[in-house]
Design a protein around this ligand. Structure first.
Ligand code: DGL
Length: 294
């Protein structure tokens, strides 16, 4: 009788993939992942109240990201994607090397299965050498992502002959978070940062949108960039996650399959629902949560 109850509870438990971003940007990743892996259950968390992350220091980005990761684990996420380049660049390694071993050993003691956290930079970098023809590549990112040099270091490991230029675009995320990205006012800042990166290297034929918010500016970016290839991350991250799950049954087998998606924000839920519904072209209803300092 007890055994039957335990089995029933387990099969009904919703074990999710957590998708985290500082705000709306991770929705561009979530959409692509759900297209490729529609059967799983997802929990999206946007820390909109504290966005943008990209102008903060390492300590602050790490602290905020760890709070979000711990929250998502408490909400039964077996796998968490940091759908944020800034968090991937600044916090992922410390979380993987320092925090996850502690979290997983506590879970082991409590007879619970282990969890993992993945980022978005590696899957993006792997696509670049196959796309550029001139070998001249531009990285567009937040000030924190650019100063971390994560893209440059990762690219140099797999393609040491590439010439890489970087450009921080500090105004793009605030424009998107404020819902101004499709307004004429955004044109000035799109033009400004693209002109700056192309003045560093006129042979650039491939530009990486190294921030998950930037696909929301893609139309304006493409207009200015002309024939330059623009790499957005959604499809790359989705394929990489599919491959990861195929290679890691220990996480895949934990995940429930009801095709649900729940949205959480640290900002006002109605405001998030309204903006997110526009980005996703479908109505959603978010819930407000508070992330507490750990
Ligand atoms: N979407 C985040 C990224 O990919 C934006 C960072 C921010 O909040 O500044 O970097």
């Amino acid at each position: 009788m007890h055994l039957r109850l335990a089995t029933l509870q387990r099969s009904e438990q919703v074990i999710k993939i957590g998708i985290f971003d500082s705000g709306y940007g991770g929705l561009t990743i979530l959409e692509s992942i759900r297209r490729v892996l529609p059967k799983y259950d997802y929990l999206y968390l946007g820390d909109n109240a504290r966005a943008p992350y990209g102008t903060h220091s390492f300590d602050v980005i790490y602290q905020y990201t760890l709070e979000a990761v711990k929250y998502l684990i408490e909400q039964d996420c077996a796998l968490i994607i940091l759908a944020c380049n800034t968090a991937s660049a600044k916090a992922l390694r410390t979380i993987q090397q320092h925090d996850l071993p502690i979290i997983n050993s506590e879970r082991l003691n409590a007879n619970r299965e282990k969890v993992n956290v993945l980022g978005v930079i590696r899957p993006t970098v792997e696509a670049v050498p196959g796309i550029t023809k001139t070998g001249h590549v531009g990285i567009l990112g937040t000030p924190a992502t650019v100063s971390s040099e994560s893209y440059v270091l990762e690219l140099q490991k797999i393609a040491p002959n590439l010439t890489i230029s970087q450009q921080a675009c500090p105004m793009w995320v605030p424009l998107i978070e404020a819902g101004e990205h499709d307004k004429p006012g955004a044109d000035y800042f799109v033009d400004l940062y693209l002109r700056e990166i192309l003045s560093k290297d006129s042979k650039i034929d491939t530009l990486v949108l190294g921030c998950t918010h930037y696909p929301l500016l893609a139309k304006k970016i493409e207009q200015v960039a002309g024939s330059i290839q623009i790499i957005a991350q959604g499809a790359l991250v989705a394929e990489s996650l599919k491959d990861y799950l195929a290679r890691h049954p220990e996480y895949r087998k934990q995940l429930s399959e009801n095709s649900t998606c729940t949205y959480l924000t640290t900002e006002n839920a109605d405001r998030f629902s309204q903006s997110a519904s526009t980005f996703l072209s479908a109505p959603i209803h978010a819930q407000h949560i508070d992330l507490i300092t750990v």
